[in-house]
Design a protein around this ligand. Sequence first.
Ligand SMILES: NC(=O)c1ccc[n+]([C@@H]2O[C@H](COP(=O)([O-])OP(=O)(O)OC[C@H]3O[C@@H](n4cnc5c(N)ncnc54)[C@H](OP(=O)(O)O)[C@@H]3O)[C@@H](O)[C@H]2O)c1
Length: 297
Amino acid sequence: MAKKALVFGSRGQLGIEMSRGLQRDGWEVVSFDRHTADVRQADVVHGFIESASPELVVNCAAYNLVDRAEAEPAAAYYANALAVRNLATACRKCGARLLHFSSDYVFDGAKGEPYTEADSPHPRSAYGVSKLSGEHYAFAYLDTALVIRTCGVYGPEGIHTAHGNFVETMLRNAHAGRELRVVMDTIASPTYAPALAEKAIALATDRRAGLFHVGGGQPISWFQFASEIFAVCQLSADLIPTTRAEYPTQAERPMFSALSNAKLEAEGFGAMPGIREALTHYFDRREDSLREGNRAH
Ligand SMILES: NC(=O)c1ccc[n+]([C@@H]2O[C@H](COP(=O)([O-])OP(=O)(O)OC[C@H]3O[C@@H](n4cnc5c(N)ncnc54)[C@H](OP(=O)(O)O)[C@@H]3O)[C@@H](O)[C@H]2O)c1
């Protein structure tokens, strides 16, 4: 009999990849978007998990509005922290394992080189605090929780999802002929969602527990990443490097938040694809997705 997995936050760019990937690997998957299951509602979460009694619960739901969270920290905390408590307590009741995703924003960026799982978190924003609290809830209630921190997620389904991603923002502005000012002094490791989902499924299938970093594997500034995007899709854009001093934001973001994948690789789960390879795959999948969308109309 197929192993059963429940996926929460299934309409986000990672939730779509996780649902598909698990199905491809032979899991029986039941997916819940925000409308079918709001993870902030303990009774709803407990009801679905306890009645399905799955082997695995995957949480891809998140409040990702980093700047807005400074004005409404409680909203971020309910969705990113207390919701994880709901999922963890339900998993504990029926013996399910929890796979939860966290963020590079749990770090302050002062290290200046890729963060490992051994580095101490020190979030500087309401969003970062809420994501770190979610990790604590997962590990507080479950000995078997698997928490994967990731960074700057971009998946081809971002073309359709409510919150999109950096690649789609770049393309939309370039097509509109707008000048694109992108920070060159903020370094991250943008992460390709289908590759992240593949690693996450491999870790969960291998019954791994604890904390893993799965980033894109290559520290790069957002300006350099934008340049790579336009090089791969062969679009000319009015791209201008800028600094965060010129573009202050509500939330304080780490200057350097690339994640080290050393533990993932050392434990035999392989490297993430390089940026060019990931972006080439992104644009192939995006084309397919657009063609399918056109056929459906
Ligand atoms: N995106 C990034 O750059 C990034 C960076 C670091 C870490 N992460 C982490 O990676 C994971 C996946 O993110 P993603 O890129 O797939 O984000 P996404 O595309 O914004 O998807 C998040 C999904 O969660 C849903 N959601 C929000 N609140 C919910 C609630 N209360 N109950 C149920 N569903 C809810 C959203 O629905 P609505 O569309 O209706 O709001 C959306 O479908 C998250 O844990 C995120 O924190 C992401």
